[in-house]
Ligand binder design. Structure first.
Ligand SMILES: Cc1cc2nc3c(=O)[nH]c(=O)nc-3n(C[C@H](O)[C@H](O)[C@H](O)COP(=O)(O)O)c2cc1C
Length: 172
């Protein structure tokens, strides 16, 4: 797909066909897009966890209670380690969230390019994921997304609700 078409056609998908799993070569492309993402000082303070087995999916899906989320055949979780990320010295700011957001966005856009539905999820219960993924002390989940095929062609709105170009752009 043309890059700008990927940007304009990506939508949060909240309807997944539980019977249609994603082929391994496509999953690898998506995960590798995260690996290729830039990060502050190139620290790459991340792990990308893909839950696909029935056993793991049950535990992971308990972190978010929307029914459509429970239909997804795969859940991709971005785990970060705050002790590995870059800290700006003059104000002690840790850039972990920025790094992890870029990695997840790379993977979401790559999934879109492959016709795979995604929905960025932040409203999950962190403690459920700690137990489900056996996270280490300094690890934290910064975002996750279902991966799967939309249930029907109607799963997309087909338009973007956004502020206008002039509202958000300042030419100086
Ligand atoms: C950081 C972030 C967190 C989000 N968390 C959730 C969430 O917990 N649940 C959900 O259904 N959508 C979530 N979304 C999806 C947004 O609601 C969605 O991106 C926005 O409404 C624009 O719609 P679009 O993605 O279809 O263009 C999140 C998106 C972002 C970027």
């Amino acid at each position: 797909m043309d890059f700008l078409d990927v940007l304009s056609t990506r939508e949060s998908i909240r309807s997944y066909d539980p019977m249609q799993t994603v082929a391994k070569d496509i999953l690898i492309k998506i995960l590798d897009a995260g690996r290729l993402a830039p990060s502050a000082a190139n620290k790459q303070p991340w792990r990308f966890v893909l839950a696909s087995s029935e056993e793991k999916l049950v535990k992971v899906k308990a972190c978010y209670d929307k029914p459509w989320f429970h239909d997804a055949p795969h859940i991709l979780i971005v785990v970060g380690n705050k002790q590995q990320s870059w800290i700006r010295r003059y104000d002690n700011r840790n850039f972990i969230e920025t790094d992890l957001a870029i990695a997840l966005d790379h993977m979401i856009l790559t999934a879109t390019n492959e016709g795979i539905g995604t929905c960025w999820i932040s409203n999950f219960q962190q403690d459920v994921l700690y137990a489900a993924l056996d996270l280490k002390e300094n690890e934290c989940v910064y975002g996750l997304t279902p991966l799967g095929y939309p249930k029907s062609d109607n799963s997309k709105k087909g338009y973007k609700e956004r502020k206008s170009f002039d509202d958000v752009v300042d030419w100086m």
